[in-house]
Ligand binder design. Structure first.
Ligand SMILES: [Fe+2]
Length: 399
């Protein structure tokens, strides 16, 4: 991230900064990795520490199933039931100690409470729906194809324009950053990066509520939701500056890197996590060597699990791949194009596919929710006579 400022701040940090009535604003240092990494300085109308009450926590630990199955798995993501409440709608499906992959179909935002994830940075991929992410740093409008990157500790509300929303959420227990190889020593995105600072949308419309009352905030910590009641409005910030803030990046702004022959998955990398990566597969021209094979080669992912979340594109017309579908190709067994797709891909000029990939270096476990929406025969789908029956075609995304 890079330096940004919104609202009013004093000329020098840690000095007197007063309201029109002469009272001091409350300065808050929002720092990461102790004092050793990026931070922001936030100026509140009132202290952010005044607790009225704390209720009993609600345990939201994902119900993992360890079924000792080394198999390719597939989940029908759009079969996750919509829920009215934003937090209740968030259903983890694949989890490990580094990240949780969550599907959510919220019918409403959380306008009557606030939320803070103290466990994890969040990357919310907006598959269906639009609205406004309201935060203490200001507001961000979002829509189809946006990644909303929310640093842990950010107090926020989701405000949806309608009731039909589909989100793919990645909770990251380590920091989410842009890939280091795309940044220079000063943090600037380099010329060969598939996106640059202009593509990153920062918060705007800082709304400042100098109000007292009873403000309910759910804090997620160690997989519990703690109901806090604060005296002061959580969005009482008059200004802030620094490097830590939520931002939006649209998958449609990702500029694909293409070549004469098949490019490896790292060219699609968008974000870096701790022991996992997030990649964007976007519409692009296929390889242009005269003998090129656009379909990917078979791939032995020796030491990573590969998850694809299918957003939109060519696969819509193909059997067994549908919007919102998730595939998990675990490390240890190879995967690749489905029967017939290699020959069929030759001569193809472009793909319209759109997908998000999460590759983890430690194995993922399914949850009870995942088991309910699993296609149990997916692992047989590379064998023409295997189940499921019929023509089995797959997006060329298979990485
Ligand atoms: Fe792969």
């Amino acid at each position: 991230m890079h330096y940004y400022k919104l609202g009013d701040i004093p000329a020098k940090r840690h000095t007197q900064f007063r309201k029109p009535d002469g009272k001091l604003y409350s300065e808050q240092l929002f720092s990461t990795e102790g004092f050793s990494n990026m931070y922001s300085l936030i100026y509140h109308c009132n202290p952010p520490t005044q607790i009225v009450q704390v209720g009993d926590p609600v345990d939201i630990t994902p119900e993992k199933i360890d079924d000792k199955q080394l198999k390719h798995r597939s989940l029908r993501g759009c079969q996750v039931e919509p829920e009215q409440d934003y937090l209740k709608s968030r259903k983890p499906v694949l989890v490990n100690d580094d990240c949780q992959l969550i599907l959510a179909a919220p019918q409403q935002g959380n306008r009557d409470y606030y939320f803070k994830n103290a466990d994890a940075d969040e990357v919310i991929f907006v598959h269906v729906g639009s609205g406004t992410l309201r935060t203490m740093y200001g507001n961000l409008k979002f829509g189809y194809g946006d990644y909303l990157v929310i640093p842990r500790g950010t107090i926020y509300q989701m405000d949806f324009d309608g009731s039909d929303n589909r989100l793919f959420i990645i909770e990251s227990f380590g920091p989410v950053t842009t890939p280091k190889r795309y940044r220079n020593a000063f943090g600037q995105l380099l010329e060969h990066a598939p996106f640059c600072e202009r593509d990153i949308r920062k918060p705007s419309d800082l709304e400042t509520y100098d109000e007292k009352g009873d403000f309910k905030l759910f804090i997620k910590k160690q997989n519990n939701l703690y109901p806090y009641h604060y005296l002061n409005h959580p969005f009482d910030v008059i200004g802030w500056d620094g490097y830590v803030y939520p931002f939006a990046f649209s998958i449609h702004e990702f500029e694909p890197i293409t070549g004469r022959v098949h490019q490896p998955p790292p060219v699609h990398q968008t974000f870096d996590g701790n022991y996992f990566v997030i990649c964007s597969f976007v519409p692009r021209l296929y390889d242009y060597h005269p003998l090129s094979i656009p379909a990917p080669y078979n791939h032995s992912n020796i030491d990573s699990d590969e998850v694809l979340y299918y957003v939109d594109g060519d696969f819509m017309s193909r059997k067994h791949v549908e919007r919102g579908m998730i595939t998990l190709h675990p490390g240890g067994i190879p995967h690749g194009p489905h029967p017939g797709t290699v020959e069929k891909s030759i001569g193809a000029k472009e793909t319209k596919e759109l997908a998000v990939m999460v590759d983890t270096f430690r194995p993922l476990l399914l949850t009870e929710t995942a088991a309910q929406i699993e296609d149990p025969d997916y692992f047989l789908s590379w064998t023409e006579n295997g189940a499921p029956k019929g023509e089995i075609l797959m997006s060329n995304i298979t990485s």
